[in-house]
Design a protein. Structure first.
Length: 256
């Protein structure tokens, strides 16, 4: 019973507090895998990045895509963007504009501007229907309002294919996109910028790096089972919690 309680408490420690990408360097590969196995969407995404780039683990496309799909399905925005890019470009998986639109739409609804731009591009050539062109114009226009200068060129190009009544409708749609899917997320811009693009565009010949080692015996020596926070270090606004359950050591870092 005591052992069961220990493992249950460990699961709470690993999954209840938020996982911060900024502290990823403080977690070992085993730590990240444990978080992912516990259903943590951001850790699953991080694991996918590691597998696709060969960073700290052997490069494995299948495991990478599986991790991205699990993370995206759990609602993690960056993973949804990566899945959209993979389907759009046909990288490692069969190309599908329909699935690309699906994943980009999920991320776009949560303020991910790169996904919004990709949607605008896809809709510009998606079956060349009136509805798609209006959506393309609307996303380009909304992004331009947010300061994306390259979106203005896309908006002008699509505008030449629409009549004035369609443009009026597109501008109403644009205002809705801007008010609901861009403005509320304006303060989040730039967080982790570029990482998801690296994951989606990693070439086949990416260099593999050696795996990180789990905590050594010296690092975990003296910790008793279920001794939660007996070794807690406050450093640069974070707290590191060291846990040892039946000889298995874990380290978790979170913001405070």
């Amino acid at each position: 019973m005591r052992r069961l309680f220990c493992y249950a408490f460990l699961f709470i420690v690993l999954t209840a507090a938020p996982y911060h990408a900024a502290q990823a360097e403080d977690l070992s590969v085993d730590d990240i895998k444990a978080l992912a196995d516990g259903g943590h969407a951001e850790a699953e995404y991080k694991l996918g990045v590691m597998y696709i780039t060969g960073n700290s683990v052997p490069k494995d496309r299948k495991k990478a895509i599986d991790s991205f799909m699990k993370s995206a399905s759990a609602g993690y925005t960056k993973a949804q963007y990566v899945m959209g890019k993979l389907y759009k470009d046909g990288t490692y998986i069969q190309r599908s504009e329909q699935k690309a639109v699906l994943w980009f739409s999920k991320a776009a609804a949560k303020g991910h501007t790169k996904s919004q731009y990709e949607l605008a591009v896809l809709y510009a050539g998606y079956r060349d229907s009136e509805e798609s062109l209006i959506k393309s114009y609307a996303w380009f226009d909304a992004l331009n309002k947010n300061g994306d200068k390259k979106a203005a060129a896309g908006r002008e190009e699509i505008g030449r294919k629409l009549n004035r009544f369609q443009i009026i409708e597109a501008k109403r749609t644009s205002e809705n996109y801007y008010r609901h899917y861009i403005l509320p997320y304006a303060n989040n811009e730039g967080e982790g910028e570029g990482e998801e693009d690296e994951a989606a565009n990693t070439p086949d010949n990416s260099a593999e790096q050696q795996s990180e080692q789990p905590p050594t015996e010296e690092q975990t020596q003296g910790l008793r089972p279920c001794a939660i926070a007996r070794r807690a270090r406050r450093r640069a606004g974070t707290i590191q919690i060291h846990v040892n359950v039946q000889g298995h050591a874990w380290r978790y870092t979170s913001a405070i």
